[in-house]
Design a protein around this ligand. Structure first.
Ligand SMILES: [Zn+2]
Length: 276
């Protein structure tokens, strides 16, 4: 009898585990702000990642194109509730309110993994952010989460991306490639908690363009690549982001699909003219 109870309990736990592992990951994708076609990129990222992974992506999007967009996550420190990972793809360079920034960081400080794309690196900056920030300073907090401090970029030109093997899961099966016109974000400071995943070369400029960070024990993956829609929709880019995301949530066991003949709508339609 005792062994039967044991076997039933074991089967129960097994079934529960399988169920948990079949459940899609849940991600919140934060988009909006200056300088990028987030109206399209939010859809490209959702489609591209949902085609590759067992994941459901919800949008936290603002149509505002300013450097201080009213993102729906602001002022809601529990915005990550129910999500396995937050994908930051916002461009909020002039959001300088330390209280709001602390709210954006709150889930990550409390252990929710993060994935950061392109202009997320240039968001939430204040003070003398063009010089290396002092460890522990108020204006260092976002960079300490990201694992790298960047202050700007040069012209839009192709970037040669070269991978390194410091985080083998992310780079498994990934080949070096050269982007179309892209922005190479500079590196003011690379924190000791970061590991380099890829470097980029653009003419005579060089910078780390993909990396991981150990943020107080929480996994964070970032790539500064991803200005133009054509890059975001590139299967090589989506594969990198998908692998980085699985690494961040410690789901290296999850199958990654390589979609065949994938298409995206890359061009934003002109806005319908107002009746007025
Ligand atoms: Zn950009």
């Amino acid at each position: 009898m005792r062994s039967l109870v044991f076997i039933l309990t074991f089967l129960n736990i097994l079934a529960w585990n399988l169920q948990a592992y079949d459940k899609p990951l849940r991600a919140l994708l934060v988009t909006g702000g200056c300088c990028h076609d987030y109206a399209k990129q939010k859809d490209i990222l959702k489609q591209g990642l949902e085609r590759r992974l067992n994941i459901t992506i919800d949008h936290a999007h603002s149509d505002d194109k300013s450097t201080n967009p009213p993102l729906p996550i602001f002022g809601k420190a529990n915005y990550a509730k129910g999500y396995d990972v937050i994908i930051h793809d916002e461009c909020a360079a002039d959001m300088k309110n330390p209280e709001i920034i602390a709210g954006v960081l709150s889930p990550h400080t409390n252990g929710v993994p993060g994935v950061n794309l392109h202009c997320a690196m240039h968001s939430y900056r204040f003070g003398d952010f063009r010089k290396p920030v002092k460890s522990g300073a108020d204006n260092a907090k976002w960079f300490e989460y990201i694992g790298l401090q960047s202050s700007g970029h040069g012209p839009q030109q192709p970037i040669e991306i070269k991978f390194e093997n410091n985080v083998p899961f992310i780079t498994k099966g990934i080949q070096n490639w050269t982007t179309q016109r892209e922005e190479l974000y500079n590196n003011i400071k690379i924190l000791p908690s970061a590991k380099i995943v890829a470097r980029g070369v653009q003419g005579n400029r060089k910078a780390v363009v993909a990396w991981t960070n150990n943020y107080k024990g929480t996994r964070v993956f970032s790539t500064s690549i991803g200005h133009n829609n054509v890059t975001v929709a590139d299967s090589r880019y989506l594969k990198l982001v998908a692998r980085g995301l699985l690494w961040a949530v410690k789901r290296e066991d999850m199958k990654i699909i390589n979609p065949k003949n994938e298409t995206f709508d890359l061009n934003s339609k002109p806005k319908a003219s107002s009746a007025k």
